[in-house]
Design a protein around this ligand. Structure first.
Ligand code: SF4
Length: 155
């Protein structure tokens, strides 16, 4: 019998990895309980794309990713997206839980490119790449809803 759990990609910062631009994590309480149902595979596309932690924050503007100091870091973001995509291919991953609002991981909202804190509907570079290859991307809130559903089924 094959008891292997389905593998799911997850933004490493949601599990407490201090990989965000500010050197901090964005741990979501309870999200780790998804390990009852899935094998969570943590990734940080920005670090995998060659950026250091901490790093200058960046936002998407006109399909490019530009740092707050004006540097074009699009290539790092594309490399990170490619990395995440390759992990999904290797493990046959069909679901990714990615941190909302990030220029890599956002799936419904991203910042508007003005570094003013304003958010607009949009997707990060990794989310775009994964969705193009047919992977479902959900954010941390949706992941907690999914967990509740699974738990309520008494699984
Ligand atoms: S790139 Fe994604 S995983 Fe890495 S810190 Fe940003 S939101 Fe978290």
């Amino acid at each position: 019998m094959n008891n292997e759990k389905e593998k799911v990609l997850i933004s490493a910062c949601l599990l407490g990895e201090k990989c965000r631009y500010d050197g901090l994590a964005k741990e979501v309480k309870g999200i780790i309980n998804l390990t009852k149902y899935y094998d969570l595979i943590p990734v940080c596309p920005e670090v995998s794309g060659g950026l250091k932690t901490p790093r200058t924050p960046s936002e998407i503007k006109d399909n490019k990713v530009i740092s707050k100091t004006g540097k074009d870091v699009t290539e790092n973001y594309l490399n990170g997206a490619y990395w995440a995509s390759s992990i999904c291919n290797i493990y046959h991953i069909k679901l990714a839980i990615l941190k909302e609002d990030s220029p890599s991981c956002g799936s419904h909202f991203i910042h508007d490119g003005s570094f003013s804190g304003k958010k607009i509907p949009g997707k990060g570079m990794t989310t775009r790449k994964l969705e193009k290859q047919g992977i479902k991307v959900i954010n941390e809130e949706e992941a907690l809803d999914l967990l509740k559903q699974l738990e309520s089924k008494g699984k």
